[in-house]
Design a protein around this ligand. Structure first.
Ligand code: ADE
Length: 233
């Protein structure tokens, strides 16, 4: 059982994703447990303030350290602390696999200009970006990371074989997929996929994966070339 705790100012944000899709099913089956902790309960004063102006000036607000430290200390236990942030290490499939070795995770969802650096220094084990763009809150990124991790829980995927046969496994993007009908408006499924020759199909798919990766992700393609002899083809 994987445990995900999420410190957030917007616990309602997670309502629908936790009730629907594969994540909702996994929670129902007891494969994972997801708990939202409302940061506001540790806010200061009558309005339970959780953010303040940055020292040194500048635009935007920063999440205050005291409410965050109290929130973390109330629920951290043995969890690894993850802070989704555009300044973090950019997530990739290898990192997802490495993170999966842990059983319990505590996410800190920042808003505005982020969180006080002292909280990061004291508690954060992994500062993770989900890409080179800025989101309005860490909640979006937390959900992405949780979903990417849950896919490795046995019983989460209806077809676990697809885990080893998809984009980013072996440093290649996925080959094109087709399903019925065989032809629509003159667009046909490639004959080889109907040939029944599994070895030829495997080689064709590998070739298409290589072509696609070289064209759209030259960075990944270079890794593939470098690691080709180590990975399963
Ligand atoms: N918060 C805001 N932008 C983000 C990003 N790109 N990745 C993770 N957390 C974020």
């Amino acid at each position: 059982m994987k445990i995900f705790k999420i410190i957030t100012l917007f616990p309602d944000f997670f309502q629908s994703p936790l009730k629907s899709g594969l994540l909702g099913k996994a929670i129902e089956k007891g494969l994972c447990h997801i708990e939202c902790i409302n940061l506001r309960q540790w806010g200061e004063g009558q309005y339970r303030q959780c953010d303040d102006y940055p020292y040194g000036g500048g635009s935007g607000m920063v999440l205050m350290p005291v409410p965050l430290l109290k929130a973390i200390e109330s629920c951290k236990g043995d969890s690894k602390v993850l802070y989704p942030s555009p300044s973090g290490t950019v997530l990739n499939q290898d990192m997802v696999k490495e993170l999966f070795h842990h059983d319990s995770f505590l996410f800190i969802c920042g808003q505005y200009e982020g969180i006080d650096q002292r909280v990061i220094n004291r508690y954060v084990d992994y500062e993770i970006s989900i890409g080179d763009y800025v989101l309005s809150g860490g909640e979006y990124a937390a959900l992405v990371i949780i979903d990417a991790l849950c896919r490795y829980i046995p019983g989460f995927m209806s077809n676990p074989e697809s885990l080893s046969d998809e984009s980013f496994e072996n440093y290649l993007l996925e080959y094109p997929q087709y399903t019925r009908p065989r032809e629509i408006d003159g667009m046909c499924v490639p004959d080889i996929l109907i040939s029944g020759d599994h070895e030829k199909i495997r080689r064709w798919r590998l070739e298409k994966s290589i072509e696609k990766t070289r064209a759209t992700r030259p960075d990944l393609y270079r890794l593939y070339i470098a690691k080709k002899d180590e990975v399963k083809q």
